[in-house]
Design a protein around this ligand. Structure first.
Ligand code: NCD
Length: 318
């Protein structure tokens, strides 16, 4: 254990982070306490040398702004180094036909932890099996995005105080949206009500729906935002994931299905928040940004604090 004043998380040392199923309420509260420590430390000193001498490889086979930048910033703020393969793997040996396991085996020669984003569901698991260093899933296709769900849950707790008793409405691409899949699984551990708002072809996958229902969480499905917005404590809005459609005509049919605008916000409670993992396309009118209930920029800022906590824990520095 390192000589730090931070909240320790022994359970994550050396672990891969592949799915939110690894995070039970007790571990979540450890992670969130450590996230609070990181936030306070940043306000106080702007950084620390907790991870000095450690190196993180960021291997991104899909576009990213927030996830890659916040992981890299998290490492830098804790005094560590980064191997950034984020500007297109076309500049790495992947373009020469190297396999994912071989790329991972290469990076682990130089890095203590690998952060991977990849278009295929299950790719993080495959890569983790090949790697001896911890691997963090930063999005595997339409599968999961565990650190995003951690920062989403942290944001809800931070903004609204408690999780139990909340009504969370998820809006948009519930079929392909990996952030929705991960957050839904995390929320189902608490006493929440969930409403899923989507057009027919973007409904939550049935196996996930059954998993949540079997676990006892009350769920409802609707096509209409108006049907959920007046009673929601959290409106979690998502982008239609164009890159996952095999039939672009189908995408065209649903791409503009929802736009949250100030007129709709008039029906929402005074004490509620609007979230979005970002990037947004047309799902939230920029005129909503000035509404104090718009939490998506605060949510994005929390991403770095949560990832500082995760990196420190996985690398055994706390
Ligand atoms: C999300 C993702 O990549 O899954 N973005 C993110 O990580 N903040 C959501 C999206 O791309 O729509």
């Amino acid at each position: 254990m390192a000589n730090s004043a931070f909240t320790p998380i022994p359970a994550l040392k050396g672990q891969d982070i592949l799915t939110v199923s690894q995070f039970k309420p007790e571990l979540l509260s450890y992670v969130f306490n450590l996230t609070d420590d990181m936030r306070a430390m940043m306000a106080d000193r702007g950084g620390s040398d907790l991870l000095a001498g450690r190196v993180m490889a960021a291997l991104f086979y899909e576009p990213s702004t927030r996830t890659s930048a916040s992981f890299i910033a998290a490492m830098a703020r804790l005094g560590g180094g980064v191997i950034p393969i984020t500007q297109g793997v076309q500049f790495s040996s992947v373009a020469k036909g190297e396999s994912l396991p071989d790329t991972v085996r290469t990076l682990e020669q130089y890095a203590d932890v690998i952060v991977l984003r990849h278009p295929e569901v299950g790719s993080a698991k495959v890569a983790a099996a090949a790697a001896r260093v911890p691997l963090i899933n930063a999005g595997d296709g339409a599968g999961e995005h565990p650190t995003q769900a951690l920062l989403d849950l942290y944001t809800i707790k931070n903004e609204l105080g408690a999780l139990d008793g909340l009504h969370v409405a998820m809006v948009g691409d519930l079929r392909f949206g990996r952030t929705v899949h991960s957050l839904t699984r995390l929320l189902a551990q608490f006493k929440v009500r969930l409403t899923f708002v989507s057009p027919e072809i973007l409904r939550l996958p049935l196996d996930l729906m059954n998993e949540i229902r079997d676990g006892g969480t009350p769920v409802r499905e609707t096509y209409s935002v108006a049907d959920a917005i007046n009673d929601a404590d959290v409106l979690y809005v998502t982008r239609v994931q164009k890159e996952r459609f095999t039939d672009l005509e189908q995408y065209e049919q649903v791409k503009g299905f929802y736009t949250i605008d100030p007129a709709q916000m008039q029906h929402a409670k005074q004490r509620m928040i609007v979230m979005h993992p970002l990037p947004r396309v047309t799902e939230i009118d920029p005129a909503v940004d000035d509404d104090s209930r718009a939490a998506y920029f605060r949510q994005m800022q929390n991403g770095m604090f949560v990832r500082m906590a995760v990196l420190a824990a996985v690398l055994g520095a706390v």
